[in-house]
Design a protein around this ligand. Structure first.
Ligand code: SAH
Length: 235
């Protein structure tokens, strides 16, 4: 019988105990259930978003002792005061972004890299910025190990955006700034769309900002949300 070494926990121990084929099946059925019960049932209908959430191994993006909870209906701590968002919120923000295979996307708040992996499967390239060096390095490693080649991770301050790669067709912010940073609105292409949790402290609303072809801005509040506040960087 295959014995799992004591340091293996969660999904890793599960994999060691039941073997890769059956474990793969069990985790894909956990993802299938997650999509059915937490996401489709709450009104997310974009078939591409649902397909990608079924395909992305969320358990690989969380620390070993959280892996058994990876497909539960909650956010999970990933260290350094950061969290990987609840699966439904990842799906909702992804659907609101209206992703398309031709787009270049900027994400602020790489965290685990999970949201970047989801966007990478729906768009042409994802540029993602994380302020905590250890998280940026961890996400870079996870994304490379899983073969996501169209994601570039940078350690830095998201308030500045990524001027060298601008303009972006889409911008997703996954930490909450008190107001949408000016640099991000400027780095959005006309016709582009930005999705962000916005508000002081923990009182936030999910905002969709559209920049029309003539540069005019339309802002729509979608729902109250709770995200890790965006840290003031070197503004
Ligand atoms: N999208 C992530 C979850 C993000 S949690 C995922 O899929 O796992 C919010 C992240 O934003 C945290 O990792 C936090 O360190 C980062 N963050 C906070 N302030 C920031 C800033 N000013 N610039 C860039 N990243 C920031």
């Amino acid at each position: 019988m295959l014995r799992s070494p004591p340091q293996l926990v969660g999904a890793a121990a599960f994999l060691a105990a039941v073997g890769p084929v059956r474990a793969g099946d069990a985790l894909s059925s956990a993802r299938e259930r997650m999509v059915r019960e937490q996401i489709a049932s709450r009104g997310i209908g974009n078939p591409e978003v649902l397909r990608v959430l079924r395909a992305t191994p969320r358990h690989q993006f969380v620390p070993p002792d959280e892996q058994a909870l990876a497909y539960d209906d909650c956010a999970l701590p990933i260290g350094y005061g950061a969290t990987i968002s609840q699966p439904y919120i990842v799906a909702l923000m992804t659907e609101l972004l209206l992703p398309d295979p031709c787009q270049r996307v900027l994400e602020i708040g790489t965290g685990s890299g999970y949201q970047a992996a989801v966007l990478a499967q729906l768009t042409s390239h994802v540029y993602t910025i994380e302020i905590v060096p250890e998280l940026a390095e961890g996400a870079r490693r996870t994304l490379a190990a899983l073969g996501y080649t169209n994601v570039t991770v940078r350690q830095g301050d998201g308030y500045r955006g990524w001027p060298e790669q601008a303009p972006f067709d889409r911008i997703m912010v996954t930490a909450a700034p008190p107001e949408i940073p000016q640099a991000l609105t400027e780095q959005l292409r006309p016709g582009g769309r930005l999705v962000a949790p916005v508000g002081p402290g923990w009182e936030q609303e999910l905002i969709v900002l559209e920049k029309r072809a003539d540069g005019a801005i339309r802002r729509t509040a979608v729902a109250p949300v709770i995200f890790v506040p965006m840290r003031p960087g070197s503004r």
